[in-house]
Design a protein around this ligand. Sequence first.
Ligand code: CA
Length: 242
Amino acid sequence: MRILVIEDERKVASFIKRGLEEERYLVDTAADGELGLSMATAGGYDAIVLDVMLPKMDGFEVLSRLRTAGHATPVLMLTARGTTEDRVQGLDLGADDYLAKPFHFEELAARLRSILRRTTTEKTTKLSCGPLTLDLVSHFAYRDDQEIELTTKEYALLEYLMRNKERVLSRSLIMQHVWKHNFDPESNIIDVYIKRLRQKIEHPDRPQLVQSIRGVGYRMREPDADSALSNGVDDPNNGDVR
Ligand code: CA
């Protein structure tokens, strides 16, 4: 899950970013309203944490322009304590929830989870693929109920693959969604991470969950999916890094 934090107070922004990263979110920050709006409209975020008082363009203006442009990305607004008008204005403009400053990080995380749950089309808190389960709330992965330890990037990669189960994902799509960079054909970073992920999630004697699609990228498959649908593209060397 990718979160955009639009907040000009550096201490608050880095406090939120650190906390959310510990919860396995991928976090970008913007320190003014204009930059925040352009990042938000570029898309790709699952939720936005938006401060009201911002330089260049205030949070209400950012929210209003975002909604006017047709973006439905859930927004959690940060308001000053006790300003009912702020809360009402924010909600009227299409904020999904608000939180008064100062706040405890746990409350921000809980409200964010709640708006993400409300707005995710799947309305699910768990993803699964064969023996593999990913808990989107606790951020734990399990294979046959055995917990698997994942780094933040491994988690983000696995989540992206599982959300797009049965779909062939090109390396450049994976790069954009998980690394937020443009794909560099010289780099084998995706293959390296896929290999690490496979070492953690695959079982040597069981059908492979992450398939290599030669010349394209990868696909996550249900192990019992009809093998006739695959175009004989299993990678025999199991994704060795060159
Ligand atoms: Ca501020």
